[in-house]
Design a protein around this ligand. Structure first.
Ligand code: L34
Length: 302
């Protein structure tokens, strides 16, 4: 029997519906909407596509949304000054600078410049430090890992004591998700193995996984034979492998050999329509959380 699909598109609907209720309560209580600014530097086609989806989703929820697009030629100093102006803007509760940035800009410096209380992307070192400590210290979960955890929980995948294997050690996905699923608490308590380009016997590790999370950015990296029968497979890859000549749109493919994996796995996420839409839903959730914190005066509490 083919695996059950965990649809990010479907789960997103339920999450956005929940958030709509919260936005209404915020407006009623404070007379203000959650405020989000998305800063996009340059015109990388993938970034343009993701940021456009973020802006549309924010608008559909009734956020105060600013789409701030800047040319590739913007200097680092100018970008830092721009971030500072949003740090000081009381109507903005979340600041997102879409990555990657052009080579002449130091990404780390830019991520450091964002007020940690407005770090709805979850990339600031303070935010990541809070995540490492866990429990009540956590402020914002990075969006893609948060989306993965939601997919696992909402699909009824058991994580308590489960063998989780994470392929890829990026700051955006692999490192934070491996910490999150290993924490004490509901939706976690897993035994996590983080594997990467220097791992010996990658296939053997994957074959042990009750939950396999693949975020390597290599199309088709994970072969059908690497999957444990009945496992839950989360494919984080969004690789642009070509252009559809009829529509002119990019053809997307994940890091997992989907057709084969679907015959072996218990549950699997598709690409597109999997983790991507969840990333955006979690950005909205973080922005709503930030709005509550700022408007309720709790943003600077430890
Ligand atoms: N600052 N930079 C910052 N924050 C982020 O959270 C991101 N990321 C990653 C790249 N850079 C970032 C995203 O937004 C990846 N990412 C992302 C977001 C959404 C989608 C994919 C990646 C998504 O919605 N993908 C759709 C297809 C979209 C299309 O057709 O291009 C999907 O169904 O997978």
């Amino acid at each position: 029997m083919p695996a059950e699909l965990i649809s990010g598109t479907e789960l997103r609907k339920a999450i956005l519906e929940e958030l709509r209720g919260e936005v209404a309560r915020i407006k009623e209580k404070y007379g203000k909407a959650p405020g989000l600014v998305t800063i996009l530097v340059g015109e990388n086609p993938a970034s343009v596509s993701y940021v456009t989806l973020k802006v549309k989703t924010a608008e559909s929820l009734g956020f105060h949304e600013i789409q701030d697009n800047r040319p590739e030629s913007i200097s680092e100093e100018e970008l830092l000054a721009l971030i500072d102006s949003y740090n000081k803007d009381p109507d903005i509760h979340g600041i997102l600078v879409q990555l990657p940035l052009p080579k002449h800009i130091n990404e780390t410096r830019v991520l450091y410049a964002i007020d940690p209380d407005k770090d709805v992307d979850g990339f600031h070192p303070l935010t990541l430090g809070r995540l490492l400590i866990g429990g009540r210290a956590v402020r914002f979960l990075p969006c893609t890992p948060a989306g993965i955890q939601e997919m696992l929980v909402r699909s009824g995948t058991n994580l308590d004591g489960a063998e989780v294997v994470v392929v890829g050690r990026s700051n955006i996905v692999g490192k934070p998700i491996s910490v999150m699923l290993g924490q004490k608490g509901p939706g976690a308590n897993a035994t996590v193995t983080l594997v990467h380009t220097h791992t010996k016997n990658l296939a053997d590790h994957c074959r042990r996984a009750d939950v396999l999370i693949v975020a390597a950015g290599v199309p088709g990296l994970v072969k059908t034979e690497w999957i444990k029968p009945g496992a839950t497979v989360i494919d984080v890859g969004v690789n642009r492998i070509g252009i559809n000549p009829e529509t002119g749109k990019a053809i997307l493919s994940g890091d997992v050999d989907f057709a084969g994996a679907r015959e072996i796995a218990g549950k699997i996420t598709p690409v597109p329509g999997g983790v991507g839409p969840m990333t955006i839903a979690m950005l909205m959730k973080n922005t709503v959380r930030s709005a509550w914190l700022h408007l309720g005066g709790g943003a600077s509490e430890a």
